[in-house]
Design a protein around this ligand. Structure first.
Ligand code: F6R
Length: 623
């Protein structure tokens, strides 16, 4: 949540910052702002409510010509309503220090009380503003000789910043400028992502590499408890005590076109269309010829250790949780007991885990605060953790013992689509491999399942042929305010995911239910004309779901059934969305696609802001 961008170098700084903010807008978009540090002109600061365009318009023709560095921010409000005053950058009493921040400063009110007693005047309701005043206070403290004597502005700023961040508790990625050190950006990270991009005679920083990928692919991922001093020709890293860290940069293999809309109206639609390719990428080089140790050696898990794992605990939030629920069903079908829990409900229960249980944490961003906390709780209990994530170097990969990357490429649309699909594929691959390692699935069967998995990208392409039909169908439904999604067994999490997609981007009421639960309450809400999206694929539970469809129809529901060629012969519905036939085990990868498209086109008819739905941010880095 919230996005930070910074730049020091010779380019037009405001252009680099605005462009970076646009790429990070998915992280939060209720307000934004930037600050530039000029050699003579000092700090220039501008903030705007709403979208980045408002900021771009507000600064046009007004920025100083002698600027040397800059920082910028796009906000998703936590403390203080969205307003210009609460937008970042925030400054100290005389606006000589400016700060942008992502995260939550948990002890901000006690810090603020102390600073107010010392005469500091606050002008916002945010937790962030204390950081600027703290740096100001530390500058005074050092200059008064209370600490090390620093004659030069840069070491002085470094030390004041270092002392200030040592007083913060909570989660933060923070960057600051001081008027007297115009070529230095100070940054710190604690439980909130921050990356530094290395250029030639210029350097970048951002919450997410997509902000500067156009300029460089050489990246340092900052660690928790790390400070960075970023200048035009160098980036140096230190711990909070001031000891220098030697870091190695990573090279990012995404290219910029992967993070752009490529002719689609919305990122979400582009990402739905990318699913065949991204499924292929998730599987690439991991399946055939079937080799029992391949995936385990990739993630660094010893095969014999994998063979001893009897039970799995999956944790995740939102869409990733739905993928985790699919994972649970697939693992269990292949003979391995698995539980799936919401990460936000898990932390206090981690102590009950058997030490031999492998925890699988699923997170597209790798930064979701609840998932990270749940991972830490599992680690405290002595459990090993496997992260399934799409994001190289993300926080979750540092906490986990093993990581399986989904390789879906950047997902920008707030509503997750291709990342969900990548997570499903990751679970399918893991389930086949763990089941084989335990001796439950024999090598021939494992190889056969891998072959079926490799068919998925082609079958996704075929499923996309439903798009026109779905677009037309949504014309008839777009005024509906209530939807039900029902499924059983492996399709139950897909029903949950369908309901979540339509809720988050269309702002309508939708419920996903295990169809067997309908008679235990929810059937009471069905009335004439209510759309009930029913997952009715060939499966062990097809007869049961057909019964549930009949019960809903008898109460006036308008049934839209997701079927395959075989099941369509016996399912009675008003509308059919037919997906290709596939092994039931992997059917979720196809069945979810019509539901994603349905949600997309309903939102389009309702003129909703599809890529930036209200109240949502792409990464939920606060709890
Ligand atoms: C919904 C959506 C969210 C995320 C959830 C977890 O479309 O995107 O529900 O799935 O916030 O995010 P990650 O996977 O980044 O941990």
């Amino acid at each position: 949540m919230c996005g930070i961008v910074g730049y020091v170098g010779d380019r037009k700084i405001e252009e680099v910052l605005i462009e970076g903010l646009r790429r990070l807008e998915y992280r939060g978009y209720d307000s934004c702002g930037l600050a530039l540090n000029g050699e003579k002109s000092g700090i220039y600061r501008k903030r705007a409510l709403g979208r980045i365009d408002n900021l771009a318009r507000a600064i046009e023709g007004h920025t100083p010509s002698d600027k040397r560095s800059g920082i910028a921010h796009t906000r998703w409000a936590t403390h203080g309503e969205p307003s210009e005053d609460n937008s970042h950058p925030h400054c100290d009493c005389s606006c000589e220090i400016v700060v942008v921040h992502n995260g939550i400063i948990e002890n901000y009110s006690s810090l603020k009380d102390e600073l107010e007693k010392k005469g500091h005047k606050f002008s916002s309701q945010t937790d962030t503003e204390v950081i600027a005043h703290l740096v100001e206070e530390k500058l005074k403290e050092i200059s008064r000789g209370a600490g090390i004597k620093h004659a030069l502005p840069e070491p002085l700023f470094f030390e004041a910043f270092r002392r200030a961040v040592n007083l913060l508790s909570g989660s933060f990625a923070v960057s600051a400028l001081w008027v007297k050190a115009p070529e230095l950006i100070m940054s710190a990270r604690m439980h909130s992502p921050l990356t530094v991009g290395m250029g030639e005679g210029e350097n970048f920083l951002a919450s997410d590499v997509s902000a500067f990928l156009k300029y460089t692919k050489k990246v340092y991922f900052m660690d928790d408890g790390e400070i960075a001093a970023i200048r035009r020709n160098s980036a140096e890293f230190y711990d909070f005590k001031g000891k220098k860290n030697n870091k190695q940069p990573s090279i990012i293999n995404w290219d910029l076109s992967m993070a752009e809309k490529g002719g689609y109206r919305h990122f979400m639609l582009k990402e739905i269309h990318e699913q065949a390719l991204s499924a292929q990428n998730t599987m690439a080089g991991r399946l055939l010829p079937f080799e029992e140790k391949r995936i385990f050696s990739e993630i660094g898990l010893d095969f014999n250790e994998a063979a001893r794992i009897k039970e799995l605990q999956i944790i995740a939030c939102g869409t990733a949780f739905h993928a985790g629920l699919v994972g649970k069903y697939v693992f269990e079908r292949l003979g391995i007991r698995a539980a799936a829990d919401l990460a936000s409900e898990f932390e206090s229960r981690a102590a009950l885990l058997d030490r031999g249980t492998l925890v699988i944490a699923v997170s597209q961003s790798g930064e979701t605060a609840d998932t990270l906390h749940a991972v830490k709780a599992a680690k405290r209990n002595g459990n090993k953790v496997l992260a399934v994530t799409n994001t190289l170097g993300s926080s979750i990969t540092r906490e986990a013992d093993y990581t399986l990357y989904t390789h879906c490429g950047p997902e920008i649309g707030v509503a997750s689509t291709k990342a969900f699909l990548g997570q499903l594929i990751a679970f399918y691959m893991l389930a086949v491999n763990f089941s084989h390692a335990r001796g439950i699935t024999d090598p021939q069967k494992a190889e056969q399942l891998c072959r079926q998995l490799l068919l998925i990208p082609d079958l996704i392409e075929k499923t996309m042929a439903l798009e026109n039909k779905i677009e037309k169908l949504t014309e008839a439904f777009s005024s509906k305010e209530h939807y039900l999604f029902i499924g059983r067994d492996l399709s139950y999490p897909i029903a949950l995911e369908g309901a979540l997609k339509i809720k988050e981007i269309s702002y309508v009421h939708a419920e996903g239910y295990a169809a067997g639960e309908m008679k235990h309450g929810p059937i009471a809400i069905i009335e004439k004309g209510m759309p009930v999206l029913s997952l009715a694929l060939s499966s062990q539970s097809l007869d049961l779901i057909k019964g549930n469809i009949e019960e809903a129809k008898a109460r006036g529901a308008d049934i839209i059934a997701v079927v395959d060629e075989e099941s369509k012969k016996t399912v009675k519905a008003r509308h059919y969305l037919e997906v290709p036939q596939i092994n039931e085990l992997f059917s979720g990868a196809l069945a979810v696609i019509p539901l994603q498209l349905f949600a997309y086109y309903i939102a389009l008819q309702r003129k909703c802001d599809i890529d930036k739905p209200r109240n949502l941010a792409k990464s939920v880095t606060v709890r």
